[in-house]
Ligand binder design. Structure first.
Ligand code: ADP
Ligand code: MG
Length: 322
């Protein structure tokens, strides 16, 4: 990590009244422009357990630049929404109608949330998301093959509910043709992600894709791809030992903050304690390390403008309507 990482520069939110049609998501603040494009501004908010846990300096730039890296390296597999990148924290995408199913792909028996396959497996379940898992798998062991564990896309901030392929089609959430296309593309994207991660000493454990339909009816990969927010990565060199010890493999994803929170409360019912500054600093470093490990490139913090919001505003001024 660059020793000079300035932790005072933060983008907690990007509310820009001059931009039209705002949507303030958990992590990104979005605006739909009259020309059919959507600005997605990555803030530095970190979200888990359906809430915002903290603001992590540089996280927004890391996420935007990591998604960019992966969009660039997977465009041959799946057409994506990207038009351009007006700022280090901003992607301008073709606006699509997001399909109501989140395509989660998992290569390992992992996770800690109620919808994760490890949690369900430990509770004795073998049949989940329409898949039959073999007996005798250990915590964090590789699955015989990657599987899709789809969930409903909770547009209203609610909980994601597990689905099977049959339920998705029977309920009309997706047509058979749409399911065939997004499931094939998701498995191919995941395989590419795993292969490229492995070349850099990393394991892409699981991830989530969002697809949408454009005006011409074409399915595009939207949102983000293979970022630490949408994915879990492990460090390959520590994997085998952790598997044997039955401990969580080393990682640089937000499991660090999650684990800290879970050790102190039930995050779904209790008030989450304030994350201490050391944790925030550590997490900022983890995101930067993730960028560098995944891409093999140095992270160059964008120090333009008097503040990140000032810089984002200047870069987005051409789109101001109000
Ligand atoms: P959320 O809390 O809804 O997950 P995010 O912080 O992830 O919000 O912000 C991104 C939002 O924009 C998401 O709701 C995502 O589904 C949506 N989105 C991503 N890409 C596109 C796109 N190309 N067109 C329309 N919506 C998109
Ligand atoms: Mg989201």
């Amino acid at each position: 990590m660059p020793a000079e990482l300035d932790l005072s520069r933060r983008l907690p939110e990007a509310r820009i009244p001059e931009l039209p049609n705002p949507y303030f998501g958990k992590v990104r603040d979005c605006y739909d422009l009259p020309d059919g494009s959507r600005l997605l501004i990555s803030s530095d908010r970190i979200s888990a357990f359906d809430q915002i846990l903290a603001v992590i300096p540089w996280k927004g730039q890391v996420l935007t630049q990591l998604a960019r890296y992966w969009f660039d390296h997977t465009a041959d597999i799946a057409a994506n929404h990207v038009i351009d990148y007006p700022d280090a924290n901003v992607v301008r995408g073709k606006r699509v109608t997001i399909l109501p199913v989140e395509i989660v792909v998992r290569g390992y028996l992992a996770g800690s949330t109620s919808t994760s396959i490890l949690t369900q497996y430990k509770a004795g379940k073998r049949q989940m998301y329409g898949h039959q898992l073999p007996d005798g798998l250990r915590d964090n062991q590789a699955l015989p093959q990657a599987i899709i564990t789809p969930t409903t896309k909770a547009f209203d901030g609610g909980h994601d509910e597990p689905l099977t392929a049959a339920e998705i089609i029977d309920s009309g959430l997706l047509t058979q043709t749409q399911w065939d296309e997004v499931s094939a593309k998701s498995l191919a994207l995941f395989a590419r992600g795993q292969k490229m991660a492995a070349e850099r000493g990393l394991i892409l454990v699981d991830t989530k894709y969002e697809f949408g339909v454009d005006d011409a009816g074409q399915i595009l990969l939207a949102d983000e791809i293979h970022t630490p927010d949408s994915s879990r990565y492990w460090i390959a060199s520590g994997y085998e030992a952790a598997l044997n010890a039955g401990t969580r493999p080393p990682s640089f994803d937000k499991d660090v903050i999650r684990s800290w929170v879970v050790a102190r409360c039930d995050p779904y019912t209790d008030k989450i304690p304030e994350i201490p500054p050391e944790m925030i600093e550590k997490t900022a470093c983890i995101y930067v390390e993730a960028f560098e490990a995944i891409t093999g490139k140095a992270f160059v913090p964008d120090l333009g403008g008097t503040s990140p919001l000032d810089r984002v505003r200047a870069h987005l001024a051409p789109y101001f309507t109000g």
